[in-house]
Design a protein around this ligand. Structure first.
Ligand code: ATP
Ligand code: MG
Length: 579
């Protein structure tokens, strides 16, 4: 229940709406409470033997009361449910904004399906506390208070008997609430698991087919799905038990009133009109009694969901905008790593890295797979921060840079090319929001994707399937290269970006890039000697440490990893030429 406290700030802007909605609710129940009273007056008047026009007056009044009460009920629903949608909008935007601010390590730990479930299903159940969860308590409270007041006026003694039921009802509602919270949390957890399974299978549809694992995946999904139903049925069972229980209490109450009230009429201490009015008010209490259970259920669900949303909202962004950011006078693109060590979790991936890349230099990083190359460049854009040591760009630690400006200076072509499900043009222009077609074409030329695009049915307007699935691996790599180039960055990073294109195309691209890279610092990661041999400096990474460094020729002389790599690739080339 404590988690609901977090909702208060979202409700604040809607104070007026809540007040108007609540007032409408109270007016509606207040006026509605006149109904049974009018009935009593009508019956008393029949018994007094009054004329029928007298009766017509009461009949019209009863209709009038119903109309007015109905109108305010309409206002109440409109205002309060409408408000809950507005709050839902705020909350959803807030969660999305927060998700955008969270760092890469958060996404390492959380699964997509689970986050989606919280953004949709949980948000919906929080919304239902805001609308119905505010509306019904006010509404039923009004109804209950007015009915009880009227009952006391009619017969204090009978009212006392009715109120004897309250403790029983309260205790039941309390236990219902606790149980609901527990059961609903379990349901939502399972829903997350289900979403995850669906999401992974849809994303990985091709892999599942390729490995002919459909049957197994279907069985796995079926099991998750069944468990989801089992947990839901547990909740249904509890509710199914609760409702009749509430009715039972109510009917017992009604029976007692019938007996005692009836005796009162026989003994002449109660008029028939009073008795009918009393039963009418008792009827008005029926709805609040049932609503209490329903609302308790709703609120507990909402609280359980709010807790799940808060779990995400309270994760602080690890990589945040520094409070006081610094910027160099002029951005030159000098990169320094000062005894940088880094680990994703406990184990160290990078150890004591020292680098000095001068502005305008082209530097290459080679090394076995898993040696930490990608990790190293990820520190530059602050996808992660070093565990120890400092990364400086133009003499200022990256952690002190304005985060957005820092990232604006870096054009990153990641190893796993990710594209959005939109057109080729928009994927390239993504690098810079307002890029024009000519600019897109220019960088496409450098990245050598222009000829491919010309062959596409709709040219630059061709939609790439989700995550670029309709492009070849090499095409994706080149689109992501164009996307980085269009940023016109001071620092360009190619993380094995051209691995999926043939050596001939790669050479073409590198030739064109050479022009582009003039005056820019670039870091090129590759497994191919042909890609890196012209670099001003080549670093060899091994187990997260720099083990060799120097120019191509110097490294060949050292006879280490690089020399071995070069020898092997030269042999392969020779074999190919002979074949
Ligand atoms: P490759 O040539 O295959 O791209 P790499 O040199 O780029 O390899 P990295 O991706 O930097 O290697 O990975 C270095 C080590 O860090 C690996 O052992 C890998 O298992 C680990 N690692 C990489 N990314 C993560 C991550 N997000 N969370 C935890 N560990 C990671
Ligand atoms: Mg890598």
């Amino acid at each position: 229940m404590n988690s609901l406290r977090h909702l208060l700030p979202y409700l604040k802007p809607y104070r007026t709406a809540i007040i108007f909605g609540s007032v409408s609710a109270l007016i509606s129940s207040g006026i509605g409470a006149l109904g049974p009273w009018l009935l009593k007056l009508a019956i008393d008047s029949i018994q007094a033997g009054n004329a029928s026009h007298e009766l017509l007056k009461y009949a019209l009044l009863i209709v009038g009361v119903a109309l007015v009460a109905g109108f305010f009920r309409f206002l109440m629903r409109w205002i309060l449910i409408g408000m809950s949608r507005e709050v839902e909008l705020d909350l959803r935007n807030r969660v999305f904004k927060h998700l955008q601010s969270l760092s890469a390590s958060f996404y390492n730990k959380h699964r997509t399906g689970d986050l989606m479930a919280r953004m949709t299903n949980d948000l919906e159940s929080v919304r239902s506390i805001l609308g119905p969860g505010i509306m019904y308590p006010i509404d039923t409270f009004g109804l209950a208070v007015f009915s009880i007041i009227m009952m006391i006026i009619v017969s204090p003694k009978l009212t006392l008997y009715v109120l004897l039921m309250t403790p029983v009802v309260s205790v039941s509602v309390f236990y219902l609430g606790r149980l609901t919270h527990k059961l609903y949390t379990r349901i939502q957890e399972q829903y997350s698991a289900l979403s995850d399974a669906a999401q992974e299978n849809i994303s990985g549809a091709r892999i599942v087919r390729a490995f002919a694992q459909e049957e197994r995946e279907i069985r796995k999904f079926d099991m998750l799905n069944r468990e989801y139903v089992i947990r839901n049925v547990a909740m249904v069972k509890m509710q199914a038990l609760f409702m009749p229980l509430m009715f039972l209490f109510f009917e017992i109450g009604a029976a007692i009133i019938l007996y005692l009230g009836g005796r009162g009429i026989i003994q002449g201490v109660m008029s028939l009109g009073d008795f009918v009015a009393f039963v009418g008010y008792l009827g008005m209490l029926e709805w609040p009694m049932i609503a209490i259970g329903w609302v308790a259920n709703l609120i507990q669900r909402g609280a359980a969901s709010m807790k799940r949303i808060n779990e995400i909202m309270k994760v602080p962004p690890e990589i945040a905008q520094p409070e006081r950011s610094r910027m160099p006078q002029e951005i030159r693109g000098e990169i320094v790593f000062k005894s940088v060590s880094f680990g994703y979790e406990k184990s160290e991936i990078l150890r004591e890295i020292n680098l000095h890349i001068k502005p305008g230099q082209t530097v290459a990083i080679v090394g076995r797979t898993g040696s930490g190359k990608t990790t190293l460049v990820n520190l530059l854009t602050r996808l992660f921060d070093p565990t120890f040591g400092t990364v400086l760009i133009d003499g200022i630690p990256t952690t002190e840079w304005d985060l957005e400006k820092l990232r604006a200076e870096i054009g990153m072509v990641p190893q796993d090319a990710f594209l959005f499900s939109t057109t080729v043009e928009r994927n390239i222009a993504f690098g810079r929001g307002n890029a024009r077609r000519e600019e897109v074409e220019k960088v496409s030329g450098i990245a050598q994707i222009d000829k491919d695009v010309a062959d596409f049915v709709n040219g630059y307007e061709t939609r790439v399937g989700e995550r670029g699935l309709t492009l070849s691996g090499g095409q994706k790599g080149r689109v992501t290269l164009a996307r980085a180039l269009i940023r016109d960055p001071r620092i360009l990073i190619l993380d094995d970006a051209l691995a999926a294109v043939d050596t001939h195309t790669e050479e073409e691209i590198l030739n064109r890039l050479r022009d582009f890279m003039k005056g820019r610092t670039s870091i090129v990661i590759s497994h191919r000697v042909s890609t890196v041999k012209h670099a001003d400096r080549i670093y060899v990474l091994e187990g997260g440490k720099i083990v060799e460094q120097g120019k191509h020729d110097e490294l060949l002389k050292q006879g280490g990893y690089y020399a071995e790599l070069e020898r092997r690739q030269r042999l392969e080339e020779e074999l190919e030429r002979e074949a």
